[in-house]
Design a binder for this molecule. Sequence first.
Ligand SMILES: *Cc1c(COP(=O)(O)O)cnc(C)c1O
Length: 240
Amino acid sequence: METPTNPLLRVLDLEPIAALCKTEGLALLVDSTFATPLNYRPLEHGADVVIHSATKYLNGHDDVLAGAVVGSESVIEEVRKLLHVWGQALDPMAAWLIDRGMKTLGVRVARQNQTALAVAEWCATQPQFAAVHHPGLASHPDHDVAGRILDGLGGMVAVELKGGARAAERFLRALTIAAHAPSLGGVETLVSEPRLTSHAMLTPDARARAGIPDGFLRFSIGLEDADDLIADFAQALAQL
Ligand SMILES: *Cc1c(COP(=O)(O)O)cnc(C)c1O
């Protein structure tokens, strides 16, 4: 499973899923990259294995590709053996950058949780957005479960811009602080279009049915001042 999900930020209550896995004899593997271990720790909710793209928040500076896998000693030993066979060893510079990045993980995530909520609340007041997705908004389908199980609501926000792909293109071109790029979880705010990245393999119809119509944009909120980011989004909207 993945929780919170990309890009709609659905938040799953893992406990009933973990109970089902137990009765069916299945292992529960959870990708919790979006939450970071500060906001959610799936092992505390019945997961057997947790994976993180360390490329994202753990490193936090958009300059490394890496991953982390967390679980019992026997699982990790199995992973270690496979990585030896496959040759996926992290180079020392990348390991050092992640070690250094993680020293500020706590303060980065706390700030990103706060700024993303402020951005989401502002976006929700803008008529040019047909929808705004953030678990801190009462309109989010998992608002209650997120408030109950997460320690922080995360640094991601998604919006549906009215006017489809053409409006999205113009909005992205007008941004002066946020960069148009596909990654997430770094110190700089990035905006991406799932139709061109994670969901490029789906047809426009299938994407729309999945809740990701053309004009859908994902914001990964960085460490910039919230007012500056909101002003940037506002001036980009004004140019549509
Ligand atoms: C980016 C990402 C991945 C892939 O990780 P890489 O480090 O880019 O290989 C997997 N899961 C989630 C949720 C991600 O955001």
